[in-house]
Design a protein. Sequence first.
Lengths: 223, 82
Amino acid sequence: MDTPSDATLSTLDDEALVARTLAGSHPAFEVLVRRHTPRIYALSMGMMRNQADALDAMQDAFLNAFRRLDGFRGEAAFGSWIYRVATNACLMKLRKRRRRPEVPLQIGAPFGEDGSWERPTVDLAPRVDALFESKELGQAISLAMAELPEIYRAVFILADIEHQSMREVAACLDLTVPNVKTRLHRARLKLRECLSEYLAAESTTSVRSDSPTPSTRPGRATP
Amino acid sequence: MSDMMTCRDIFDEASSFIDGDLNPQRADSYRRHVDHCPPCADFHRSFTASITAAQVALATPPPKDLVEELTRGLMAQLRIAS
């Protein structure tokens, strides 16, 4: 049988490439790696937070995928399957590195008995927009992501960055869909809280004349 | 379910609202509350802005040399293992 050229291989769909890889073709697997690297990179960078660790996790992920390829049954798309392998590779690396037990995700929820806000809120949107221009956005988000326990980070990245469906995220992480939705909401709340703290810390170290005006209920004093 | 939502409800159901999981009546209640409650309007804007910020910050494509480095290293390991 003629060996297909790389150009021919890259026209094949994932399932055909998997079949060729299982038949012994490394070039077919290389095409799969190149094709899925961008998405796996985004996932790994979000989870590991630096390029060197992300690269390590990606190597592990693709090696694991190669070794377990005969277990890929085609019930899900290859892309979803490789996400699962890559997520597990990142989680294993993070758990090995973690010296302390994972701390439960704490979120401030300052509400009175009548369900109204007990403390003033601040509209972060204009100041988040300013982050885009100041190029500090990456640092702010990186610090916020570090506050998320690993599973919450994985849920957030798969759902909000990689735009996987709730069902796909649940399958990837062995969670129920309701579980995913709860964790996603808490991750988003924590992200907002961390950005708020980051921006508050930034504003105490820089001279600004346009501090945001907090909103309060009528009759409440502004701190 | 009651038509009236509290600020606590807005806090708890913000994801359900933006993900389209609320029924039309509840979604209307959410919108009406946010329209008339400045602290919740702040919260809602901050909530969605934070998600957008993360999407922008984390949507970086891999550097080309990283893709090459990854692929070369990987294929070399597979050749050794074969």
